[in-house]
Design a protein around this ligand. Sequence first.
Ligand code: BV8
Ligand code: ZN
Length: 242
Amino acid sequence: MKMFELIKDHIKDIKKIVFVTGAGISQESGIPTFRGKDGLWRNYDAMKLATIGAFYDNPKLVWEWYNERRKNIFGALPNLGHKAIAELEKFADVVVLTQNIDGLHQKAGSSEVLELHGSIIKIKCSVCNFKDEIMTEFSEIPPLCKCGNILRPDVVWFGESLPQDIWQKAIVFASQCDLMIIAGTSLVVSPANTLPIYAKQNNAVLIEINPENTEMSSEMDLVIRNTSATTLPKFVSMFKEN
Ligand code: BV8
Ligand code: ZN
């Protein structure tokens, strides 16, 4: 496997692996990405719907969008890409920094997952500090909090800052890894798209797994133009052989 020549020689000293993942890693689990036709819901641009403005303009519509995504996600299973990342924990310290709100990394067995943009099973009050998890659909939407204000999905919308405790931890993990594998993300959205820079500053090996070019392909040590479910199991076999 020529493409792995690069890390084959380093493999012994790869102790800390950090994965930065996006919608592409769940694409083979039947979850649409944010790009192109996938990024449209009822002809609404996902990037426009995932904003506090859209929520206050039409909370019912935004709830319907998240309810539909939640139903789709609850019916989805982790794919070979998610499973390979979980299995690599046998060979090194593995941390997953994901932009996905679908929880499939955890479902695949990954033990250290930081959800940079929140989770589709979490909700919070738009005013008071009430937080909870939802397992079943709300009868009426938008659902109200006991304080009388409307509840919202506990995800990070555009224009909103990431949970600082999680973001600071993500920067530390990225700054201390030996190998960073960037799988299934276009690296368009900030600040998540700055994580490879922290790893590069630590002279980590940067590998990109994506059928298409991304914002930072030129910064990578190795680019694998293939899907994550096809490629990531090959990393497991490489570690097994060594
Ligand atoms: C913030 C949660 C401080 C909700 C999400 C102007 C210029 C630059 C930046 C900005 C700007 N204006 C505003 C900003 C900042 C903005 C931003 O980055 N905007 C972008 C659009 C330019 N960022 C923010 O607002 C962030 N907050 O900065 O706070 C602040 C505050 C006030 C004002 C300024 C700054 C908050 C960002 C988080 C938003 N929430 N999601 C939800 O999911 O509903 S973002 C959401 O979209 C996802 O979480 C993800 O992050 C992003 C989509 O990106 P990807 O996951 O990469 O998916 P995408 O579809 O793009 O690509 C898929 C890739 O997979 C493709 O490359 C494809 O080729 C590949 N692929 C497909 N199939 C496969 C595959 N790869 C492998 N295998 C396959 N099978
Ligand atoms: Zn409340």
